[in-house]
Ligand binder design. Sequence first.
Ligand code: NAD
Length: 525
Amino acid sequence: MDKAGSAPGASEAPATGGGGDDVLAENIRKAEGYLSRFKSGVVPHFIAGKLDEGRSGETFENLTPIDNSRLCDVARGDAADIDAAANAAAEAFREWSRTPGKERRRILHRIADLIEARAEEIAFVECIDTGQPIRYMSKAAERGAVNYRFFADKAPEASNGLSLPDVEHMNYTLRAPVGPVGIITPWNTPFMLSTWKIAPALAAGCTVVHKPAEWSPLTALLLAEIMQEAGLPEGAVNLVHGFGEDAGVALTEHQAIKAIAFIGESATGSKIMAQGAPTLKRVHFELGGKNPVIVFDDANVDRAVDAAIFMIYSLNGERCTSSSRLLVQKGIYDEVVGRVAERVAKIKVGHPLDPTVWVGPLIHTRHCDKVMGYMDVARADGAKVPVGGGRSDYSDKGNFVAPTLFAGADTSMRIAQEEIFGPVLTAIPFEDEAEAIEIGNDVRYGLAGYVWTGDVARAHRMAHALDAGMIWVNSQNVRHLPSPFGGTKASGIGRDGGDYSFDFYMETKNVCIALGDHRIPKMGV
Ligand code: NAD
C-alpha cells in the first residue's frame, strides 16, 4: 500500500490516519509555497554577497526522500567556484577579523532574530529536503538561533587570554582568528549543524566557505540569505554547493583556507586529513558513532527504556549520538528487550510533515539500501529480529524503513560494530560491570555513552572507564552549550561548545615583555 501521495507537495493529503491528516494537508500546502522558489530555477551558490550560478553551468538534481521525485536543480560547484569563494572569504577576513567583538555580537544576535522569524520556512524546507519529521525540525530553527545567540555573547571576549607573570617578565596571551575557514556539513540535520559550526567561526572573527551536503542543500541557502540580511559584510560567509569529490576536495586543498571544520563520516575525515596535509590545514572532526546505552539491573528501567528508544528512533536514527547499541544486564535483559520491542512496533512511520509521525523517510535511496543491507547481515550473523527488519509499508516510493530491533546479538557481529545510521537498534546482554565496560568500549568509535544505574559510585566508575567524549548518566542526550562536544577514537578530533570552539577557530599568541634589565649574554664583545 502506498500512502505517501503523488508528490511531497501534493495538494491532496496522503491518508496517514492518527488524526494528523488535516494538519498534514495544510503543512504540505505551505511547504509547496516555501519550495516554489527553488523549483523555478537553479539553486545558486552564494559568493561574495551575491547569488551565483557557478562558473561551469553544471547542475545536479536534488530529490526528496518522501517519494524520490525531483525537487529542484542545484548549482554543482567545482574548484573554480571554491576559488572564488575562498578569495572572497580571504578579502572579507581583513575587515571582519578587525570588527570589534561587540559589533560581531550585535550582528550574530540579528542573525538569530531573522532565523526565528523564518522558523517555519526553515523547518518545512528541511523536512521535505531531508525526510526528518516536523516534530523535531520545528525546533531546528530555534536550536540554530540559540547557537548564534550563545556565540554572539562570547564574541566580545573571544580574543581574551591569560596573564602569566614571571619574575623579570610579564607574559600574556591573546587570541586571534585563524583566518578564512572551510565548513563541511552532512545531511542528517543540516541547518542545525551548520549553525553549530558557522556561529562560533564568525564570533571568533573568522570568515567562512560553507560546503553543505549534496543530498540536503536547501536550508544552507536560507541561512546564507539570513546572514547577509543581518548585516554580515560581503564575503564573510560564502556557500558553495556540490559534491565531496570536487567542491569538497577543492575546499580542503585551497591555500587561502586555514582550517577545516568537518562533520560527517569517519572515512571522509581520513580523506580530508590527507587532502589538507600539503597546506597544513588545521582540522576539527565530528565523525561517526556506535554509542552504547548501558542499563544495569538497579536502574530506573521505565526511564531507561524511554531514553533508549528516543535516542535511536528519533531523527530517523540518522543521528551521530544515537544510542545504537542497547546493552542490558542479563537479569533484566528479556524484560527490557520485550518492553522495547512492544514500543518499537508502535512507532508511527510516515510523511515528515505529519505532526503525529515519529520516523520519516531516510535521506536517499543509497543510504536506505545501506540500512536495509544490515537486515540481511543481522539474520546471516544469527541475530533475532523481533520487530521490523524490512521496509515500512507506509510507502514503496520513498525511503521508508520500519523501526527495527535486533536482539540476541553479540559484540562481534557487524550490527554491533558498524554505524548503521538508521532506525535500527542492536540489543546485547552483559553479565556485570566489567563486561559492560568491555563491550561498551569494543568498537572503533568513541562519541557518546549513556549509563543507567541507581548506584552513584558505579555511575562514576562507568563514566571514567568508557572511552568516549561524552557520557550521559541517567539521562538522554541533553546539550549544554558551554560543555565540550566531540568524540574519541574514530569519532573525531577536537571539541566544540563554549570556549572549546575558540580553541579551534583562533590562534593563541604569547606576548612577553621585560619588566627591567634582565641579563642578556654579550656575544662577540
Ligand atoms: P559524509 O562524510 O559522506 O559527507 C559529509 C560532507 O563531506 C558532505 O558535505 C560531503 O559532500 C563532504 N565530502 C565527502 N567527501 C569529501 C572529500 N573527499 N573532501 C571534502 N568533503 C567531502 O557524511 P554524511 O553521510 O553526509 O553524514 C553522515 C555521517 O555524519 C555519519 O557518519 C554521522 O555519524 C556523522 N555525523 C557526525 C556528527 C558528530 O557530531 N560527530 C554529527 C552529525 C553527523
